[in-house]
Design a protein around this ligand. Sequence first.
Ligand code: ADP
Ligand code: ADP
Length: 222
Amino acid sequence: AVRLQLEDVRKSFGQTEVLDGVSLHVQEGEFVSILGPSGAGKSTIFRLLTGAERADGGAIHMNGAPLEGRNRNMAFMPQRDALMPWRSILDNVTLGLEVQGMTRKAARAKVTPLLAEFGLAGFENHYPAQLSGGMRQRAALLRTVVQERNMLLLDEPFGALDALTRTSMQRWLEVMWKRHRWTALLITHDVREAVFLSDRIYVLSARPARVLHEFHVPLPRP
Ligand code: ADP
Ligand code: ADP
């Protein structure tokens, strides 16, 4: 089933044309990447999906229905600074559930069994600054996935990490994704990351962005 569909989506900021008719789709349970140069308009696509910006033209459908206003079906994980420094890891991870209206107690009960899988067991009462960059991003991902939205939006989730940590996080995410089958859309400018993690990849042109290519992974052999 098609979960997300963008058709000929256009967006400009003043005179700056950013999206020049972007069309793409994500099926249920698929991991799709949007690969493109920096400044192409990738984050703009995500801001349209979360409802932070409105498209100038084209159509966006989620589960067959047009996307309107604030979109609460998307769980968004930013590149960095997702965690609040003054809250413990546990209180950071439960935050999204509490915002949805769950009590802190219920949120803790839901999150606690998952801490080990995310490599955070024993670090519940630490503060973000006490953890490594990789651990902080795993905490940010846990906070995002426990919200059980229709779709996971990952904006360069490992882009701020050193190369070695990034590789280990990619391996870990691949294992996690195979286990949980989140429907995910990843933004990256890292070709290897896109190939390693995705079922399909859309390659965007430089701004104004259009889809230049669509690849299935594993890539067909010549
Ligand atoms: P990417 O995520 O691919 O690096 P972005 O979507 O962040 O690219 O930005 C694409 C282009 O749109 C950039 O040139 C950026 O300067 C411009 N842009 C993004 N948001 C705004 C805005 N609110 N006002 C004006 N220009 C913007
Ligand atoms: P990653 O960021 O991929 O977890 P690191 O090399 O930074 O990789 O951390 C490896 C392990 O070291 C962590 O999984 C954790 O068990 C431990 N660790 C990292 N930071 C701390 C810390 N501040 N205090 C105690 N243990 C830590």
